[in-house]
Ligand binder design. Sequence first.
Ligand code: AMP
Ligand code: GLY
Length: 443
Amino acid sequence: MKVLAVGGGAREHAIVAALVRSGAEVYSCMKNRNPGIVRLSKECLFADDHDVAKVVEFARAKGAELAIIGPEGPLEAGLSDGLSKAGTPAASPSQSAARIETSKSFMRGLLRRHRIRGSVKYEIVDDVQEMHRALEELGENVVVKPTGLTGGKGVKVFGEHMRTKDEIIAYAEEVLSKRIGGSAQIVLEEKLVGEELTIQAFSDGKKVVPMPAVQDHKRAYEGDIGPNTGGMGSYSQKDGLLPFLRKDEYEAAVRIIGNVISALAKDGSEYRGTIYGQFMLTKDGPKVIEFNARFGDPEAMNVLSLLDGDFVAICEGMAGGTVSRRDARFAPKASVCKYVVPEGYGTKSLAGEEIVVDERAIEKDGALLYYANVNEQGGKVFTTTSRSLGIVGVSEEIAQAEGIVERALKHVSGRIHVRHDIAKQEMLDAKVRRMAGIRGEQA
Ligand code: AMP
Ligand code: GLY
């Protein structure tokens, strides 16, 4: 089957690899020249993936029978709708259904209107006077979120990125005046305390087929400090849970995702594609931090490296309304992913620097390599301002998978930064202890 894949990051490299494993002939569209995707694709269109007309024409010219869109930008631009109208059904949501990610105020409103459990106290703020009123209502222990897309980088948390009420107001003024995220609107939310986790699911608009839980690490520096990033690395456990996550809590989070899918269908925005729920596991169970209308990045690298089923059949099922649990089987193994990013990523990335990658040595060490937002020129790989590549290890236990990743990372050099602490035993133990404390249990 001829499949169009959109996007040029490591998530998309993992998507394309899974498509090729299940027999697809892949046509890719991306802005940068991702060497991993280029190698696996029959043909590539190097173009802005927000250019709906251009991508639709490429799909038509190549006879693509199915499409999958990696990043959120093209979803917001209506690429899924454009492709479907032109005869290429997409395993990615329509512009309207993608509002679950592209508008945080829409997401919170949907949960409130449909009385879906797991939401938080929040206020929508359109000007500074409202901001003062909202802060009276919620107190200062809040999170400030531009309502639109900011690549995971626009959210500021009290106590971490803002320390006083004046700083909260100053950031709100900045978001409103500069229209950060594309509009002058803020979602002001109560700050949650707990452990974060991701659950992704395949959906055909009605059914929801969940994937193993994953934990990403959004902060740039070791010890979970520093600016928020797109994600620095992630891990999953062989039973699909996480060291600090119980089965009943996983199931409660999956129910929330199912309720969101039903609510969207009721409101006339049927959701077909991968949905991503990010939750804070609190003492009262999982609470919604955000939804994404796509695979997570890095989380896609975890789950797609474990996928045993037929990914093309899953995508056809999502696009066509017939997704089935039978196709979505995951190896009962742990996975660890660590991102290699340019020095300065999170504040000011060092772009245009060469990174040297010994692909054969990485393979020999049993690790998987997914290229991200790099550019290949003359056989060399250069950084951009975004993340560079993901290394994934798969094994019985998290510790073994983490060891594979660390050995493979020695074969990547350049002016790069990696969070080596991700998935280390001390860090996992600390999370289990912290969660036990939050639940009021003895560790
Ligand atoms: P988001 O872009 O919504 O995923 O937010 C980025 C990061 O901000 C999340 O990964 C959390 O670490 C943090 N965050 C977002 N919302 C909340 C919240 N309500 N309470 C505490 N932390 C939050
Ligand atoms: N890992 C966070 C995201 O994909 O948005």
